[in-house]
Unconditional design. Structure first.
Length: 158
């Protein structure tokens, strides 16, 4: 027999999800404001960060996977970054059509400048929060992300 109402944990998680949606929107808005003077947006900054964080140059599809984003959206932003001289494309020896995305010196400088702006902001935002609480929140978010990544579709046993 299907459940007709949320469990207490399901209710708490639903509230958390709504807060995370709001938080995501606020973070993107704050990020956009923070890096606007650098000619960046939060989305561009996020992709530059994924490129910096990767051990080696990756194609757009891999960057999109790492970000949990749609490949088409990442491709559009990467094309904009390339047009502005922040990334370049290199031949992928393992795939003829999937070029590798490589950070240029200008891209590295833009990313580093964004991180310098982010430093006092994130330190101020975290002021008064306990490391223990932040780490616990990180574990919950990581667990939820893992569960969602391992499933293709929402559970539709209704």
């Amino acid at each position: 027999m299907p459940q007709t109402k949320r469990t207490p944990a399901g209710e708490a998680l639903s509230e958390l999800i709504l807060d995370l949606f709001r938080l995501n929107s606020l973070l993107f808005t704050a990020g956009d404001r923070m890096v606007a003077g650098l000619g960046l947006t939060s989305a561009r900054w996020q992709i530059l960060g994924a490129i910096v964080a990767s051990e080696r140059a990756q194609p757009v599809a891999w960057l999109a996977r790492d970000l949990g984003a749609a490949r088409q959206n990442v491709q559009r932003i990467v094309n904009d970054l390339q047009r502005d001289g922040l990334v370049t494309f290199e031949t992928n020896p393992h795939h003829r059509r999937a070029q590798l995305v490589v950070l240029t010196e200008k891209g590295r400088q833009s990313f580093d400048a964004a991180m310098r702006l982010q430093l006092p902001w994130v330190n101020g935002l975290s002021d008064g929060l306990s490391i223990k609480d932040l780490e616990a929140t990180g574990r919950v978010v990581s667990t939820l992300r893992g569960r969602l990544e391992s499933s293709q579709e929402p559970d539709d046993r209704a």
